[in-house]
Design a protein around this ligand. Sequence first.
Ligand SMILES: NC(=O)c1ccc[n+]([C@@H]2O[C@H](COP(=O)([O-])OP(=O)(O)OC[C@H]3O[C@@H](n4cnc5c(N)ncnc54)[C@H](OP(=O)(O)O)[C@@H]3O)[C@@H](O)[C@H]2O)c1
Length: 294
Amino acid sequence: MMTQKSILLLGCGYVGEFLGCHLLKEGWQVFATTRSSSSQPHLKELGFDPVLFSRPEPLDTITHVLSSIPPSQEEDEGLSFLIKQKKVPSWVGYLSSTSVYGDHHGDWVDENSETRGETPEGLGRLKSEDAWKKWAERQECSLLIYRLSGIYGPFRNVLQRVKEGKDDPKTRVPTHVFSRIHVDDICTFLVKSLSLSSKFSLFNGADDRPASFEDVRGYAYSLLGQEVPLKKEKEKEKEKEKEEEEEEQVRSSFSFLKENKRVSNQKMKEFIGEDLKFPTFREGLKDIFEKGLF
Ligand SMILES: NC(=O)c1ccc[n+]([C@@H]2O[C@H](COP(=O)([O-])OP(=O)(O)OC[C@H]3O[C@@H](n4cnc5c(N)ncnc54)[C@H](OP(=O)(O)O)[C@@H]3O)[C@@H](O)[C@H]2O)c1
C-alpha cells in the first residue's frame, strides 16, 4: 500500500493556502500551523489539519515541510519549531525573498549574484537562509530555498488596492523597477520541486518582466476603464523643480525603494520546463480582472 504523502506548512498565509489546496487535490495530507486558535476553523474548512504554533504535537508522519514564516529579530521561528520535532523530514523548503540581493542599480540578478541586502528585511533573510542551510546540512535532508519577488494573485493585487482606495501614488518612482510573480506560478514551481532530492537547491521566483509601479498601475486603471489619477497641479510643478530630490525622499521612506534590480527567472523556468502561466503582470492582471478576483 502506498503511504500518503504529508506536508507541514509552517505559517499558512497567502502562498501556503494556495499550495495546500492544490496538494489536497493531489491526495496529500496537509498540516498547517497558526499562532491563533481563531484561525483553526478556517484551516479545517480548507481541509487542512491545523497545528497551534505555540503547542505543537509530535508530527511523526510528515515527509515534507515548507516554511513561509518571515524572520524575526532573534531567530527563525519556523526553524526553531522544526528543531523541536524529533523526526527529520526528507524535504524542506524555505520561502525567502529577493531582498537578499539588495541594490543592483536596476541590473539583472540571478542565483549567483552577490547578496548585498542591507535593509533589516534583507539582512534577516540572509541570516535565516544561513541557519536553514546549516541545519539541513547537519540533518542531511534536502533543502530548497526559493527567493520570491513581489507576490500577487487573486485578492492580493493592484486592482484590489484601487478598489479599496489603497492605491498609493506616493510610491511612484518611474525609474524604479520591481520583479513580481503570480501565486499560481509559485505553486506550479513548488509542486514540482517537492520531488527534488538534491541536498541543496536555490531558485529565484519572478516573472519575465520586471516593471515599475507606474506601468503596473497604468495597466490596472486601463483594465478598470479609469484614468490614472493625476497628481494635483501644484504637486506637478513642485515635481518638475525638485524631481530628483523628491525621488530620493520617497526612496528613503519606503525600504523596498532602496533597492533596484531585475530578478532573473531563467533557472526556475528551465526547471519547470515550460513557460509561466502568467509571464508578465499584464496576463496576470487581465486574468484577475476577467475572473473578478479582486
Ligand atoms: N508578499 C510578498 O510580496 C513577498 C515577497 C517576497 C517574499 N515574501 C515572503 O514569502 C513568504 C510567503 O509569503 P506569503 O505572502 O504567503 O506570507 P503570509 O501571507 O504573510 O503568510 C505567512 C504566515 O506565517 C505565519 N507567521 C508569520 N510570522 C510568524 C511567526 N513569527 N511565528 C509563527 N508564524 C508566523 C502567519 O500565520 P499565523 O498568523 O496564522 O500564525 C502568516 O499567515 C513569507 O515569508 C513572505 O514574507 C513575500
